[in-house]
Write a protein that binds this ligand. Structure first.
Ligand code: SAM
Length: 252
């Protein structure tokens, strides 16, 4: 599950989110590594992650290629932590806005994002910026973007976890259903777009740790404690479906 970082500069708060993003990246690892191969990342000379947060994905890329890697975010506190966690051969961190990328026209081979677009108020503006800075044939890749509108918790709980999360994200200015819209947003912006999704049912038996983490986050967000602590909530037989979409746009 993804919930974005506020401007809170408290180091403990930030460290908690860094850990959260690292776990989130574990859940999307298989999809991401499949897309890395498809995108031939080893052949790309320069790669930018927009909305890099605390640098979990940017750092991973730096460890997997000899490319020049940039991580850009508009949250200075998150970038500070990314710098501390980054390796020596680390990426170049940039404080900046996706809507005004500090790169020249046709200067990048690949732009990637991970749990980013739901937080973007005007994805069309960001897409246009990406098209501007990508070389011809360059690619814009959303490696994972959630669709909370298709979330299912089985059996259901009261209040509904899906509705609780959708309300929380909407209040914070995010678009909870962004995942399923992304491929068509890329196409409308003039990219040759492809996309898909993953999201099989995960059961408590398969991955109790995933449920423990979800419940920890729900608690942090204010979901009623008595429901989270009820005996039937963390049991064998509980399942969750949380679809995650990917999309790739090629600049023609
Ligand atoms: C949910 S976090 C994901 C972080 C990272 N991609 C990961 O998966 O670990 C989304 C990040 O996007 C950044 N962000 C949101 N809107 C942005 C914008 N318009 N320009 C730059 N960064 C933005 C936020 O500050 C936040 O760090």
């Amino acid at each position: 599950m993804d919930i974005g970082l506020s401007r809170n500069l408290n180091p403990q708060y930030l460290a908690w989110w860094h850990q959260r993003y690292a776990r989130q990246a574990e859940w999307t690892r298989a999809l991401r590594f499949h897309l890395y191969r498809r995108l031939e990342i080893a052949r790309r000379k320069n790669i930018l992650e927009i909305g890099c947060g605390t640098g979990v994905i940017t750092g991973e890329l730096a460890g997997r290629t000899d490319s020049t890697i940039f991580g850009l975010d508009n949250n200075a506190a998150a970038l500070r932590l990314a710098r501390i966690k980054g390796s020596n051969k680390g990426p170049i961190w940039i404080a900046g806005k996706a809507e005004k990328l500090p790169f020249g026209d046709e200067s990048l081979d690949l732009i990637i994002t991970h749990y980013f677009w739901l937080w973007v108020g005007h994805p069309d503006i960001v897409c246009n910026e990406c098209r501007r800075v990508l070389k011809k044939g360059g690619k814009l890749a959303a490696l994972a973007e959630p669709d909370y509108s298709a979330r299912q918790d089985l059996p259901g709980c009261q209040p509904s976890i899906k509705e609780f999360l959708i309300n929380d994200l909407t209040k914070k200015g995010a678009d909870p259903a962004m995942g399923k819209k992304l491929e068509s947003i890329f196409a409308t912006a003039g990219f040759k777009a492809t996309g898909g999704s993953v999201g099989d049912k995960t059961t408590f038996e398969q991955n109790p740790e995933l449920f423990r983490q979800e419940w920890e986050l729900l608690h942090k967000l204010g979901y009623p404690r008595q429901v989270l602590e009820s005996t039937e909530i963390m049991t064998v037989g509980r399942g969750m479906i949380m679809p995650v979409h990917w999309a790739i746009g090629r600049k023609m």
